[in-house]
Design a protein around this ligand. Sequence first.
Ligand code: 13P
Length: 281
Amino acid sequence: MALVRLRELLLRAKEGRYAVGAFSIANMEMIIGAIKAAEELKSPAILQIAEVRLNHSPLHLIGPLMIEAAKNAKVPVAVHFDHGITLEKIEEALKIGFTSVMIDGSKNNIEGNISITQQVVKEANKYGASVEAEIGRVGGSEDNTENIAVAYTDEKEAKKFYEETKVDALAVAIGNAHGVYVGEPKLNFQVLDNVNRAIDVPLVLHGGSGISAEDFKKTITLGIRKINVATATFNSVEENVRRLYELNKKVNYFELHDTEIEGAYNNVKNHIEIFGSNDKM
Ligand code: 13P
């Protein structure tokens, strides 16, 4: 099908009342597995990588792989730069052809967050790319190096932020956190409902790993249109590989390769079914 803009995928998700999975990948095998699951389920998908992960997967190598995989997919796929921190890397992603970028200005005060987001929107517009930003603060950290405390999104602040930036997607903080949850995740649906009533923009749920199917479905009824899943896919790949070695100590490299693909495929497939984006291309 095609490489598409995030904006288009999310507007269609809004009409159809489902969410599109944004699957973090780190190598070619994970890209192949994620696309295979999306194609099999006839689902749109988002491939993404976060700036903090580029030390493992350099942008000039992984970026073109993601773009080519999207262009050749039988389903619509957006390629997204997750948790952009520096304007340099965001610009590099746009030049490579990412159809969407996130600027994470959530550590700044509201004025600082608005100002940096406006700069990114201006830049992304030159490429026709979409922009996601974050308001409030999602817990944990993208690469588990920090334990950031959750700061719930305030709907008045979110409205002001949206009116001044006109981003295409807005990530909310409702008790969700990156990485492995300590105990059961406790999402505050009231906070989400307030933001959803205050502004008409597709909302994004970060920290998808560990959230129950029931909670995912509830957030989708309250305006969540993009759901980020990273740790669960990395773990699924690792566990699949570990099982392979437990069964057979002597593993041929290409069995390892196929097993990684399968690990990513299994987790992406499972989430697409929960998010209800299957048969929506
Ligand atoms: P998890 O690692 O908790 O799935 O979070 C993913 C995420 O939100 C990426 O931005």
